[in-house]
Each structure stands twice: as structure tokens, then as C-alpha cells.
Ligand binder design. Structure first.
Ligand code: CTP
Ligand code: MG
Length: 226
């Protein structure tokens, strides 16, 4: 039987947030953002372990109480890019090639149990794996010179990639080893191997907290429960 592992890269600095600490430690509903991301997986009975990857220079992790989580592991193994942090996390995990790994941004604290269940249900028998994603809602413009529109890009069949991104441990590790640090998600590394990951329809409640004005929305979503 394949097991399920969560892998949370949390070694970023949050430059676009511009706060005085990395955004994964900003407080939402009384806990650091990362706590909520961990909880989504630690509370799920199908998940065997939750591996968090923090920066070797992280001076924040030890300031918080993580003892309420029963399947949590942390590695001070962050790399220069998200892809490097994920790959370093994979290398410290005690997983078999056929086990599933769900890679999830520490900066997505609002993942609901319903969306996690949907991802697991739709992909557990899939030969490749896949990702949560939401159809693009806005009309898209490509910028040209001087802040002017160069062209309109059709949003037909365009989806915004989210996390978790769920792949077999062996496939994911070799995909990321081959892809290098340029990839911004796991799916694109797997695509480069010639495979077609599944799109599992999500919604915009699973937002990535990137800019300061995302914080109030995330806090409100968490206050409602999920
Ligand atoms: N991440 C990581 N290692 C890096 C860069 C990013 O583990 N070298 C993690 C972040 O901590 C986050 C996730 O990857 O959980 C998604 O990245 P992003 O939202 O871009 O976070 P930051 O890189 O911290 O933010 P910014 O790009 O604004 O600096
Ligand atoms: Mg980043």
C-alpha cells in the first residue's frame, strides 16, 4: 500500500509581503501562517507524516510551540529556490518510490478538508498525479512598453496552479533533479518528463498569501473554519 506524505516548503523570505519577518510566521487567527498549513495535513488520517523545510538561517521556528502536532518533522534544509527546498525535503524523507507526496506552500494556510479530500479521491488511482487548480477568472493582458497593453491573452483553458501538488515520490524526485531550480511548481518538472498531470478543480479560498492585502482575506477565511 502506498503511503501519503505532506511536504511543506517554508524557506522563503516573503519579499513581496515586505513584513519584518518571513510571511509564513505572520499571525492569523492566533497562530503563525505555517501552523495552519501544517494543521490541514496533520489532522488528516490518510497522511503518514508532515515534512516542513525551513531555512538554515531561520530564527523564528523555535519561538513557536509545535508540540500539538503528532506527525510533524522539520528540516533546516531550505535552498536558494522553492524547487531546491522541495528537493532537499524529499532527500531527508523516509519514503518509497511509490508513496505519494503532497507538496504544499506554507503560504496557503486556508486549504480546506473538502479540497484535500477531493484531491486524494481524484488522484489516488491516477498513473501520474496532479494538482489543485482553479479556472482563470480575469481577462488577461500581456504588458508592453510604458505600462500599456500589448495584447489580450485568451483565458480559454487557462487554469491557475495551486497546491497541494501530488506525485509519486520516485517520479517527483527524478523530475526535480532533472528540472533544475528554474521551475516554479512540481507539475512543470513532471511535465518536462513528458507526463500530463491531472487538473483537480479548486476554488479561490485556497489562496496564496503573497501581498499585504491577502492577509485580511486569509484571516477571515480561517475565522469561518472549513
Ligand atoms: N519557498 C522555499 N524556499 C525558497 C523560496 C520559497 O521553501 N527558496 C517557499 C515559501 O516559503 C512558500 C512557497 O515556497 O511557502 C511559495 O513561495 P512564495 O509564495 O513565492 O514565498 P516567498 O518566496 O517567501 O515570497 P516572495 O517570492 O514574495 O519572496
Ligand atoms: Mg518566492
Amino acid at each position: 500500500m502506498s503511503r501519503y506524505f505532506a511536504l511543506l516548503p517554508a524557506a522563503g523570505v516573503g519579499a513581496r509581503m515586505g513584513a519584518d519577518q518571513p510571511k509564513q510566521y505572520l499571525e492569523l487567527q492566533g497562530h503563525p501562517m505555517l501552523w495552519h498549513a501544517i494543521r490541514a495535513f496533520d489532522a488528516h488520517p490518510a497522511i503518514s507524516a508532515v515534512q516542513v523545510v525551513i531555512s538554515p538561517e531561520d530564527g523564528w521556528w523555535d519561538a513557536y510551540d509545535w508540540s500539538g502536532f503528532c506527525r510533524l518533522r522539520v528540516a533546516r534544509a531550505g535552498g536558494a529556490s522553492r524547487a531546491a527546498s522541495v528537493l532537499n525535503g524529499l532527500s531527508v524523507m523516509d519514503a518509497e518510490a511509490e508513496d505519494w507526496v503532497l507538496v504544499h506552500d506554507a503560504a496557503r494556510p486556508c486549504l480546506s478538508r473538502a479540497l484535500l479530500d477531493k484531491l486524494l479521491d481524484e488522484l489516488s488511482a491516477d498513473p501520474v498525479g496532479g494538482i489543485l487548480a482553479a479556472p482563470v477568472a480575469d481577462t488577461l493582458k500581456r504588458a508592453g512598453e510604458g505600462g500599456r497593453i500589448q495584447e489580450t491573452v485568451s483565458r480559454e483553458r487557462l487554469w491557475g496552479a495551486q497546491t497541494p501538488q501530488m506525485f509519486r515520490y520516485g517520479v517527483l524526485r527524478s523530475a526535480l533533479e532533472r528540472a533544475g531550480s528554474g521551475v516554479t511548481d512540481e507539475a512543470s518538472a513532471v511535465e518536462a518528463l513528458g507526463m500530463s498531470p491531472r487538473l483537480v478543480e479548486s476554488d479561490r479560498t485556497n489562496l496564496k498569501v503573497t501581498f499585504p492585502d491577502d492577509l485580511a482575506l486569509a484571516d477571515w477565511l480561517l475565522s469561518r473554519g472549513s
